[in-house]
Design a protein around this ligand. Structure first.
Ligand code: LMR
Length: 412
């Protein structure tokens, strides 16, 4: 049996983690997967989640462990209500009129990937695409976006986003694509900290994007996997989504707590569909519930309970904001140090300002696939073929080695 099943290639991101783990080279560096590491290259359990939390004197895990009322009964199909409502306030704002109007349908999902999938599935069933099931994705985007939409028979179409000449945003290309697309097209937008480039539109550019989307009646499919990681400020990183909601651009938001709460394996996320009325939101939520039932029945509880505690307890919430600043601050510091070594110490050919202009977990270095391959093979520094590096994989111990290896590669 199964003679007809072809062998699939390994995942382009997670194969790097496996190769890194198997490598015995002492100076090996993993800049592949977007997962936070501390300065000693260790995964970081946020103090608010697990360790002694200096201000509150307790942490979310401890509270859960000591709660005698908790059991392992099923959650509701659409998830833990106190989690989904707090998650909606986190991304849309505590004073969001959409929430006050009751026109947000929120469902707990299997992290951001699950939110993308459920959102895609919902669109494939209920969105009128002008006859064509298509979604416009930034070129480039997170590789998994293509697979997620293809799985539900929505065809991904690229829109211009990254300009290799400036290693920055191709804003004119992006706006032209928004104008040229048939009305009611769906555009996937990275809410902040674009993956893989680290290149985001500025607030004025977001305004122009929103204006064209309104004019063309396009639908915004926001993916928000890095709230807090771009600037260290949860509100600032939600600004694009909130302004689109305020302007009345029709949209949904996929939200992940993998990175900003360091809960990668707990798969905590939510899908928020902002509708035009409470009545429409109720109908949408009823259908999301039906889809969710056949996909996963009910979402898992542990991670959602942790995040719910953090979001709904003032002391824990303040501590979480500090933890986020610690992570974002270390990444920003690494950007400055890498930029400084390349520019001032090594005088590496080319301009490296993009490293400090880009934001969030990733930097798009601008090196080509052959150069990326050479760094992996010769220096044992693991990065994706498109030249993306996870800034969180850099630390004070490996920074110099990475900079020197980049320098050598660029000089050829
Ligand atoms: C990444 O892009 O490295 C992360 O979002 C992890 C993943 O799931 O691919």
């Amino acid at each position: 049996a199964w003679l007809q099943v072809p062998l699939a290639p390994p995942d382009s991101i997670f194969k790097l983690t496996a190769a890194y783990k198997a490598d015995s080279f002492p100076q090996k560096v993993n800049l592949g997967v977007g997962a936070y590491r501390d300065d000693d290259d260790k995964p970081w359990v946020l103090p608010v989640v697990k360790k002694a939390c200096p201000v509150s004197q307790f942490n979310a895990t401890e509270i859960l462990l000591n709660d005698p009322t908790l059991d392992h009964e099923y959650l509701p199909i659409t998830g833990l209500p106190e989690f989904t409502s707090a998650a909606a306030r986190l991304i849309l704002g505590t004073d969001s009129p959409a929430i006050a109007d009751g026109r947000v349908a929120s469902v707990q999902t299997i992290s951001g990937t699950g939110a993308n999938h459920l959102g895609a599935l919902f669109l494939s069933r209920f969105y009128t695409f002008n006859g064509k099931s298509q979604i416009y994705l930034s070129n480039p985007t997170w590789a998994n976006h293509h697979a997620i939409f293809k799985n539900v028979s929505i065809e991904p179409i690229d829109y211009p986003y990254y300009d290799p000449k400036t290693i920055g945003l191709d804003f004119q290309g992006f706006i032209s694509a928004l104008k040229a697309a048939p009305t009611h097209s769906v555009f996937l937008l990275h809410a902040c900290a674009h993956n893989p480039t680290g290149v985001d539109p500025n607030p004025e550019q977001w305004n122009q994007i929103a204006a064209v989307m309104l004019e063309r009646q396009h639908y915004g499919f926001f993916d928000c996997a890095y709230q807090g990681f771009a600037s260290g400020d949860l509100d600032k990183d939600a600004a694009a989504v909130r302004s689109f909601v305020a302007k009345g651009v029709p949209l949904l938001v996929c939200q992940s707590f993998a990175k900003n709460a360091g809960l990668y394996s707990e798969r905590v996320g939510a899908l928020h569909v902002v509708a035009t009325s409470k009545e429409a939101a109720d109908r949408v939520k009823s259908q999301l519930s039906v889809l969710q039932r056949s996909e996963i029945s009910n979402p898992p509880s542990h991670g959602a309970r942790l995040v719910s505690l953090i979001l709904n307890n003032q002391g824990l919430f303040e501590e979480w904001k500090r933890d986020i600043k610690t992570m974002a601050g270390r990444i920003i510091d690494m950007r400055h140090q890498l930029h400084n070594i390349l520019t001032n110490e090594l005088k590496t050919p080319g301009n490296w300002d993009h490293i400090i202009n880009q934001i969030g977990m990733f930097s798009f270095t601008g090196i080509n696939p052959d150069q990326s391959k050479a760094i992996v093979e010769k220096a044992h520094i693991y990065l994706t073929a498109n030249g993306r590096i996870s800034m969180a994989g850099l630390n004070s111990h490996n920074l110099k080695y990475v900079a020197e290896s980049l320098d050598k590669t660029v000089r050829g």
